[in-house]
Design a protein around this ligand. Sequence first.
Ligand SMILES: Nc1ncnc2c1ncn2[C@@H]1O[C@H](COP(=O)(O)OP(=O)(O)OP(=O)(O)O)[C@@H](O)[C@H]1O
Length: 250
Amino acid sequence: MIRASDVHKRFGAVEVLKGVSLDVDKGEVIAVIGPSGSGKSTFLRCLIHLETIHRGHIEIEGEPLVTTNAQGHCQYVPPADINRVCRKMGMVFQHFNLFPHLTVLQNLIEAPLTVKGVLKDEIVPKAEALLRKVGLFDKRDSYPSRLSGGQKQRVAIARALAMEPDIMLFDEPTSALDPELTGEVLSTMRELAEEHMTMIVVTHEMAFAREVAGRVVFMDGGVVVEARPARELFAAPEHPRTRAFLEKML
Ligand SMILES: Nc1ncnc2c1ncn2[C@@H]1O[C@H](COP(=O)(O)OP(=O)(O)OP(=O)(O)O)[C@@H](O)[C@H]1O
């Protein structure tokens, strides 16, 4: 569950998020769509504290990450709490961000061992089960450089899942892939959605947004223009900007 309200973010003098609000319930799958530069990735990165915000409130699974008082003073919770709150989320990036010097299995177990202090005997079978789930058990001992882009991204998803997050954030997970490799990644994500994982997916894959997301958020110019059930938004966009964007994309 995520509650984000009135989130503002600047890079230097440029305000790229101008009061973004979004509530995501447990088990919801949200697709965030919109033109390039509209602030989609920045918003996602703010949710998991890869970027700091200048104003607004963010609450993850009922716990505050950052609040803003009546005087407009923005305050994050203490660092230990930031880490604990952010560990409730896993993130998958456009460019996979796997550790190149570690094998596939080592990539999966690294954070559970070092960040969570899970015992190796406990995490290895879990990691192996996750690799089976994403269809890559046979790549257990391979290094990332030997994998295709689609395989790397499925490892990245399994690695995020190894931390047992409540929420998964995906930042354009198929944008760096050749078109023939996007399907395998999208079907892994579709499976997660069917298992009722709470997911926010920043994507240019309109078919995925329409078929898998429960709700679609259209962002433009650093604001949420409309956020509605996927079927409704695609069938009858309310805002002219949404309509113009969809006409270009579909
Ligand atoms: N680290 C940064 N420093 C300065 N400006 C940034 C930084 N990151 C993003 N921006 C700017 O913020 C704006 C929003 O970028 P963002 O990546 O969030 O957009 P987006 O909607 O995800 O775009 P795309 O679909 O192309 O990925 C852009 O103008 C971008 O250039």
